[in-house]
Ligand binder design. Structure first.
Ligand code: PLP
Length: 420
């Protein structure tokens, strides 16, 4: 009997991504490094090209037709971002180069202005370097003190310890929504509510959540949330900072220059209204158009559908990986339906170095990440130098997971012969 092939979400959308037709080392590309950056659909590439072919001009400057078209496209994309994460207003969305720049913006403006010696910043040991190093710099300059929430036995956010660390001294809590290494989903809504009891502000690193599930910043009630366009089907060079309007308003400017001013005198300036106060110089207009197109693309599929499909894929990934005795996976296990954690797996394989694994897998056309994934302190905490990581997105298929698992098993066999 012939069973009709089930057409999954991935099978429907894969043709949109030209790069997925690539061959690598003579093999079809199996791209499993989505936590580092996502691939881009034709719709986004077209929007970028079309902007330069038809609308290119500088924004907010000219009254000529192209300038107003460019401005509309640029501001229209901001509105799309605001709607996508349910911000109260597009004024709460500041374009940045990426999530890292967005965090630096908050650290250098709000942090520098408000932190005093002895004030405490609570972060977690699972933070990406981007949500760690800026706070180290600001702590060194202001005399503020960094405190760290560690992990539970299942390698998740330690809620009890968090509650013990919070105090009147806590001025800021910075926490990753979904860990790019552990894949755990942190209870951000509860984290914010708890921080509020002490009047602390909360910044959420949404790099791994915004591309994968519906996000509602008003429900989370965070003060800031950051994300990068390139991990959500848009171009590199664009990301955003969401901030509550009254907080953005009281933050001093970050970079100075054109676009961010109201009146300029030789010795002083007044600043533009939000969000332009934080956008000095000619912005990444084409990239903003691309992130708008990416949001349209994701919204057309539906973030609920993306999340549901990733759960399915995740259940399969863990089922297969759990069968390989040499593999140690970090972070919590998913529930039986694949929910409860992100669709990625960081793992080690006994003696085998992650870089060697990744090199062998690359020969089979399988792209996975090897190293510390910008979470070096977390790796140190876990007692490993580095790990390998396979991370999925909605265009990945079960067949690709099969190809990955097969290549992984072959690599393990290869190294077990070497190590004996
Ligand atoms: C990728 C990532 C970042 C940094 O994003 P950039 O685009 O490199 O600025 C920060 N946090 C997490 C959790 C990430 O996955």
């Amino acid at each position: 009997m012939i069973v009709a092939q089930e057409r999954t979400l991935a099978h429907r959308v894969r043709a949109d991504f030209p790069i997925l037709q690539e061959e690598v080392n003579g093999q079809p590309l199996v791209y499993l490094d989505n936590a580092a950056t996502s691939q881009k659909p034709e719709q986004v590439l077209k929007a970028l090209r079309s902007y330069y072919e038809h609308d290119n001009a500088n924004v907010h400057r000219g009254v000529h037709t192209l300038s107003s078209r460019a401005t509309d496209a640029y501001e229209g994309a901001r509105e799309k971002i605001a709607n996508f994460i349910n911000a109260a207003s597009p004024q709460e969305i500041v374009y940045t180069r990426n999530a890292s720049e967005a965090i630096n913006l908050v650290a250098y403006t709000w942090g520098w202005k408000n932190l005093q010696p002895g004030d405490e910043i609570i972060l977690t040991v699972m933070e990406h370097h981007s949500n760690l190093v800026p706070w180290q710099i600001i702590a060194q300059r202001t005399g503020a003190v960094l405190k760290f929430v560690e992990l539970t036995e299942t390698q998740e956010f330690n809620w009890e310890q968090y509650c013990q660390l919070l105090s009147e001294k806590t001025k800021l809590v910075g926490v990753v929504h979904i860990s790019n290494t552990l894949g755990c989903i942190n209870p951000v809504r509860e984290i914010v509510a708890q921080a509020r009891r002490y009047g602390a502000k909360v910044l959420i690193d949404g790099c791994q959540s915004v591309p994968h599930l519906p996000i509602d910043v008003q429900e989370i009630d965070c003060d800031w949330l950051v994300a990068s366009g390139h991990k959500m089907c848009a171009a590199t060079g664009i990301g955003f900072l969401y901030g509550k309007l009254d907080i953005l308003r009281e933050m001093p400017p970050f970079l100075g220059g054109g676009e961010m001013i109201a009146d300029v005198f030789l010795d002083r300036s007044t600043y533009a209204d939000l969000p332009h106060k934080f956008e000095a110089g000619t912005p990444a207009i084409g990239e903003a158009v691309a992130i708008g197109a990416a949001i349209d693309y994701l919204s057309n599929i539906g973030m609920d559908a993306i999340q549901a499909y990733e759960h399915e894929l995740n259940a399969y990934l863990f089922e297969q990986l759990n069968k390989i005795p040499e593999v140690t996976i970090y972070g919590p296990q998913p529930k039986a339906d694949g929910s409860g954690r992100a669709a990625l797996a960081s793992f080690t394989c006994g003696q085998v170095h992650a870089h060697d694994l990744s090199t062998i897998l690359d020969r089979a056309g399988v792209a996975i990440r090897a190293g510390h994934h910008c979470t070096q302190p977390l790796h140190r905490y876990l007692g490993v130098q580095s790990s390998a990581r396979a991370s999925l997105y909605f265009y990945n298929t079960r067949e690709e997971i099969d190809a990955f698992i097969e290549a992984l098993k072959e690599a393990i066999d290869f190294f077990s012969e070497i190590f004996g």
